[in-house]
Structure formats: structure tokens, C-alpha cells
Design a protein around this ligand. Structure first.
Ligand code: P6P
Length: 329
């Protein structure tokens, strides 16, 4: 059976959208290009001596790896010639970046160019995460404030998983979630996971249990109920890779819940809202799952800062409902 390519899927989706101009389609095609370029760069990084640190510390206070910068540069470049993108925001850049022809741009792209970069030198899975927002109406100059939008307003969202295979997963408009696998021999993504829906039951709980001493008591009790199999939801194995995209992808395919709770010394947790929690929560919700910060739906949150963090519990509906029932809020 010949599988549609990602390009064909984007064009078919555009044809089905009455007011589509093709601008979003070109953004998605450029995201596909960035994913293919980064995937190839990761494959060759070890041989090219591109595994190490840059010696820099980013706005997040994290050591910056060479591949973090190389991936960020690829994202900056792929949108440079696209008039529909007014500006971008990245985990690796303190401020927004506007392109020269920003006045013509209708969209913003926000991204984590290389998520899980602690896995680079152990040859573990990595990912890129992206969110596309519409530029707010108005002719005035674009400010950071324009990027601070709720997840429910995302025009498109998704991720690229750099694992043994490279997989591109996205949702656009009110559409379903679709997954594509890269065939390196022809440099194309092919549809391998049509209409992805998150199983309700089974799967795993995924959390960094070494943080237990930093959790509030309700979180400690919640995670223990999973560890002891006392959730009433049935068996859940434990899995944690240290790369959000990889842990999320497993949860999307197998079910269960991924958790990054707030910590006593870091109540907002670690994951950033605009380009990590928000886009993958959109994927989970469109696939029939749920996502919360422990109190509210992730997609309803309104960030007040570009790199704002939020606690995150995302996965199967039953698991997230159970999490909410156990947290004091
Ligand atoms: P910890 C990677 O640095 C990341 O941002 C996510 O990809 C991942 O889920 C999380 O941090 C891991 O953090 O504290 O468990 O090492």
C-alpha cells in the first residue's frame, strides 16, 4: 500500500479547509524540513565532534550543547524566506526574533529546538517541539506580549521525535493527530499513524521519582499509588527517559500519564508552557486525552512570560482525571 507523504497530507488538509491560503501549509512543510535537517545532524554529530557543550548557559540556566545551537539555527533559517512567519520564539533565545519582512507575517512559530539534549552523548532519544500561533490583529510593532497566548489558540502544534526512527506528529486547525515516519532513503515522511488516539487504560506512569523529596505530600501520595498499583486504574508500568518528547510519544501510543509536578523549591516545575507543555497538551487533547497543571486545563492557561514554566500532568483521560482527584489543587 503506498502511504501518503507528509507533504501530500498537508496539501490534502489545506484543500479541505475552505479559507486556507496555503501559508500554514508552507510553515508545516518548513517544520518538516527542519526536522529532517536536525535528524541528519544528530546522526552525524558524534563523528563530527558536535556532541559537547558550548560552554554557554542559556536563559533557562541550562548548559547549552553544540547540537542545541545547531538545531536552533536550523529553525531560524527555515523560516527566514517565508513571509507568512512574522517572528519566532525559542527555548534557546531570551527574546523573540522578528524577520525583516515581519509586517507581512500572519503567524508566530514557537519551539524547543532540541528537547532532551541531556540524552545527546548517551545516544538517547531527542525531540523538537513546535507551536504555531496567529499574530494578533493590529498594525503596531510586534512585542513579546503578542506571543503570550493560551494553548487553546494554537493554529498548529506538534513534535519531531529523533529516536531509532524519526517521527513527525502534528495537529492543525481542528484536525486529528497524524504521525509520519521518515524514510531516509528518499528523505520523505510517510503517514504511519493516521488519526492517533491515546488509549484509555494500560500504559505507564512517567515521572522522575528522584524528585520525591521535593514534592508536596499530595504528589508523593499520588505517585506512590501508581508505584504500588493502588490507583484502581489497573496496572501501569514505570518508564522515564529524561526527554519529554520521547516520554510523551510513548504515552500517546500506549496510554498512561506523564508527570512533571511542581517542586518545593520550584513550584512551577521545569517544563516551559509555550513551547513544551502547551503544544503537546494540544496533541494529547486532540487525541482524546487530557492535560492539567494540577488545577486547570493546560490549554486554558494564559502565560505572562515567554519562558514561563508550569506543572504538567498529561495523558489518558482516566489517568488525568485520577491525578486531579488526588491533588489538593
Ligand atoms: P529531569 C529535558 O531537559 C527536559 O526539559 C524534558 O525533555 C524532560 O522531560 C525533563 O527536562 C527532564 O527533567 O529534571 O527529570 O532531568
Amino acid at each position: 500500500m503506498s502511504r501518503p507523504t507528509l507533504t501530500e497530507h498537508i496539501l490534502l488538509s489545506q484543500a479541505a479547509a475552505p479559507h486556507a491560503t496555503g501559508e500554514l501549509s508552507r510553515i508545516l512543510a518548513r517544520l518538516s524540513l527542519a526536522g529532517r535537517m536536525i535528524s541528519q545532524r544528530i546522526l552525524n554529530a558524534g563523528c563530527l565532534g558536535e556532541h559537547g557543550d558550548t560552554g554557554e548557559v542559556n536563559v533557562q540556566g541550562e548548559d547549552v550543547k553544540m547540537l542545541d545551537i545547531l538545531s536552533n539555527d536550523i529553525f531560524i533559517r527555515v523560516f527566514d524566506t517565508l513571509s507568512s512567519v512574522a517572528g519566532i520564539a525559542s527555548e534557546e533565545m531570551e527574546d523573540i526574533h522578528l524577520y525583516d519582512d515581519w509586517e507581512m507575517g500572519k503567524y508566530f512559530v514557537l519551539f524547543d529546538p532540541l528537547d532532551g539534549s541531556g540524552n545527546i552523548d548517551i545516544d538517547g532519544s531527542l525531540g523538537s517541539i513546535f507551536a504555531v500561533h496567529a499574530r494578533p490583529e493590529g498594525d503596531g510593532p510586534i512585542t513579546q506580549e503578542d506571543f503570550l497566548q493560551s494553548g487553546k489558540n494554537q493554529v498548529a502544534a506538534g513534535y519531531i521525535l529523533y529516536g531509532p526512527a524519526t517521527v513527525f506528529v502534528y495537529t492543525a486547525g481542528q484536525g486529528a493527530v497524524s504521525g509520519f515516519t521518515l524514510d531516509r532513503s528518499v528523505g520523505e515522511f510517510f503517514l504511519t499513524h493516521p488519526n492517533m488516539t491515546i488509549p484509555d487504560g494500560g500504559g505507564h506512569y512517567s515521572v522522575n521519582e528522584s524528585n520525591q523529596t521535593k514534592w508536596e505530600s499530595d504528589v508523593v501520595d499520588l505517585v506512590e499509588s501508581y508505584r504500588l498499583g493502588k490507583t484502581g486504574l489497573g496496572k501501569r508500568g514505570a518508564r522515564y527517559t529524561g526527554a519529554f518528547v520521547a516520554d510523551f510519544h510513548r504515552t500517546l501510543l500506549k496510554g498512561g500519564v506523564f508527570m512533571y509536578p511542581g517542586l518545593k523549591d520550584r513550584p512551577r516545575g521545569k517544563l516551559r508552557y509555550l513551547y513544551e507543555a502547551s503544544p503537546l497538551s494540544m496533541i494529547a487533547v486532540r487525541a482524546g486525552g487530557k492535560a492539567t497543571d494540577g488545577v486547570r486545563d493546560i490549554l486554558d492557561l494564559k502565560p505572562e512570560a515567554l519562558h514561563e514554566r508550569c506543572p504538567l500532568y498529561v495523558g489518558s483521560k482516566s489517568d488525568v482525571d485520577y491525578v486531579m482527584s488526588r491533588l489538593k489543587g
